[in-house]
Design a protein around this ligand. Structure first.
Ligand SMILES: Cc1ncc(C[n+]2csc(CCOP(=O)(O)OP(=O)(O)O)c2C)c(N)n1
Ligand SMILES: [Mg+2]
Length: 563
């Protein structure tokens, strides 16, 4: 009979889920969690804000496919973590968030420290899949099991669990504790065979089919199946969200620039694990053809037909359903008469327009020149994290991502400040890969202190700050009647010196010919590094390059480059 406290019981349950790291901001009342984790061989990573911790846990989920875990205090800790949870919720990403919970019920409603007149569950419920309080130390392992089951079941998403603070310290006999082991399944769910047959028939008989694949394909680890189906069907694939990288850029069916033409002119569109949200203009014209027959595959039945009429809706795990479709098609090939050639031409035209800017010698430097230089360094195993406005949009447009989960960005929440947390998680999960964080100067301000975490923990990320001295994406849009208000930041801020002050390698770059050597030194620094690149802040340059808010991106790609 061994005595063990509630915090340690939680750690044992996390260990059983193969958790390797938990992310937190130190708070002594959570000592039982921390000590339990260390005793179980789980490393506790101390971050600089709870937003950073919540985001790192989300990043871990994204780069491993297994839930990341963050632990934070209530009150201000909870408040800071909230943004990170919001972001995980919209992605959606399966993260286990553990709040400290209120402390001693005998003091509730007396005006205890950090008291609020509602409980935290009420606040977190709208932005999580599942949220609970555990009131009994002995039941903590059960609740951890429930948390993982709910995070991973069907459509993934974040969950929130807190244990009443006192219970973390309460010692119980471990022989009296029920440790569940078979509390969830990884089994795939398959689609209705009749619907699969109809989908195959429709696709095989279409003249201008398109596949639009999103994050659901990533979570289902279905990239191989997606590639096989696209090859067998002879059908172009476009990717969004975490779907990026699920088809490598050198695959003959991989397309990106031609998307607006493809979705407008298609006669059949297979939408897999990609919700009809704003990124797809809700599946509606003008971005989506009105006439196209839509086949939709999603693990979540409530996504089928949301915002857009579908002709064949298949509920099931994308890996399972794509496998069924491949079997149903059984080697039959769709004959293509010019559709692929047309889209390839559009693709090459789009790429060609960016070429001049990728090698531009203008001073201050153009955003695309930095990305152009970075391309010389990137290898298929590297991870690229985007955190910012225009700077990240440019990068997303031209960088080739070779593997699933190797591009992370603020996602549908558009949440600035996610970069350092994501980068830390990516590097911890894949120490053998290089991790590059592309940050706007505005975005850097949110969680830039996490470079101290990188420095302290030896997490060697290369950060490139695109320093245009502005909230560029807010400043240069044609909405303002006069000059943009509150859209400027100080020009020339020395983020490189700030990074040096945190123990990182820091470089300032003001001219394009300096970029390559600076990146070289940053990648070889053997410590975290930051390259601060002074960028142009001219609205006319953005217009000419074709950049803008998300919904203008496609239009602007048409803009003629005047260089
Ligand atoms: C947390 C948060 N606050 C505000 C915004 C609104 N927003 C979107 S893009 C942007 C500008 C980003 O500026 P920066 O990071 O410097 O990138 P740039 O566009 O200048 O390249 C802002 C403020 C947001 N998306 N997230
Ligand atoms: Mg900026």
């Amino acid at each position: 009979m061994t005595k063990v406290n509630g915090g340690h019981l939680a750690a044992k349950a996390l260990k059983a889920e193969s958790v390797r790291y938990v992310f937190t901001v130190c708070e002594v009342v959570m000592a039982p969690y921390y000590e339990g984790c260390e005793a179980e061989g789980i490393q506790v990573i101390g971050m600089r804000t709870e937003q950073g911790a919540a985001t790192a846990a989300d990043g871990w989920s994204r780069v491993t496919g297994k839930p990341g875990v963050a632990i934070f205090d209530f009150g201000p800790g909870f408040g800071n973590a909230y943004t990170g949870i919001l972001n995980a919720n919209l992605t959606p990403s399966p993260v286990v968030y553990i709040g400290r919970g209120r402390y001693d019920p005998s003091q509730f409603d007396l005006g205890e420290l950090m008291e609020i007149d509602r409980d935290y569950i009420e606040l977190v419920r709208p932005i999580t899949k599942w949220a609970r309080v555990c009131h009994d130390a002995k039941r903590i392992p059960e609740y951890i099991g429930m948390a993982f089951r709910n995070a991973l079941a069907g459509k993934p998403g974040p969950v929130y669990l807190e244990a009443v603070g006192q219970e973390l310290f309460r010692e119980v006999d471990d022989s009296e504790v029920y440790f569940p082991t078979g509390y969830r399944t990884d089994a795939k769910s398959y689609g209705d065979p009749d619907y699969v047959r109809r989908a195959a028939h429709l696709l095989l008989n279409s003249k201008k089919p398109v596949v639009m694949a999103g994050s659901g394909v990533y979570w289902a680890e279905a990239s191989k199946e997606l590639q096989t189906l696209a090859t067998n069907l002879n059908t172009p694939v476009f990717l969004n969200g975490l779907g990026r990288g699920c088809v490598p850029p050198d695959h003959p069916m991989h397309f990106s620039y031609a998307r607006r033409f493809a979705l407008r002119e298609a006669d059949a569109i297979l939408v897999v694990g990609a919700p009809f949200d704003f990124r797809l203009n809700y599946g509606r014209p003008p971005s989506f053809s009105r006439e196209a027959r839509i086949i939709q595959i999603d693990i979540d039945q409530t996504e089928i037909g949301r915002n857009r009429d579908v002709h064949v809706g298949i509920v099931g795990d994308p890996k399972g359903v794509l496998t069924q479709l491949i079997e149903e098609i059984d080697g039959r090939r769709r004959e293509d008469s010019g559709w692929l050639d047309f889209l390839r031409r559009k693709e090459l035209e789009g790429e060609a327009k960016d070429q001049a800017w990728l090698t531009s010698n203008m001073v201050p430097i153009h955003h695309l020149r930095v990305i152009g230089e970075l391309r010389h360094f990137l290898e298929p195993d590297d991870f690229v994290i985007g955190d910012g406005g225009f700077f990240v949009n440019f990068a997303a447009r031209v960088l080739k991502i070779h593997k699933p989960g190797h591009w992370l960005d603020p996602g549908p929440m558009g949440c600035l400040g996610v970069g350092p947390g994501f980068a830390i998680a990516a590097k911890l999960a894949h120490p053998e890969s290089r991790v590059v964080l592309l940050s706007g100067d505005g975005a850097f301000g949110f969680n830039g202190m996490e470079l101290e975490t990188m420095s302290r923990q030896g997490i060697n990320v290369v950060t490139i700050v695109g320093n245009d001295g502005a909230w560029g994406m807010e400043k240069h849009v044609p909405v303002w009647k006069g000059p943009a208000i509150a859209a400027d930041l100080s020009r020339g801020t020395r983020y490189d010196i700030i990074a040096q002050g945190m123990g990182c390698h820091g470089e300032l770059v003001e001219r394009p010919e300096q970029i390559r050597a600076a990146l070289e030194r940053a990648f070889n620094a053997c410590k975290p590094a930051l390259v601060n690149v002074m960028l142009t802040g001219e609205t006319s340059v953005y217009r000419a390059t074709g950049s803008g808010l998300f919904d203008r991106m496609d239009e602007s790609r048409q803009t003629q480059v005047e260089h």
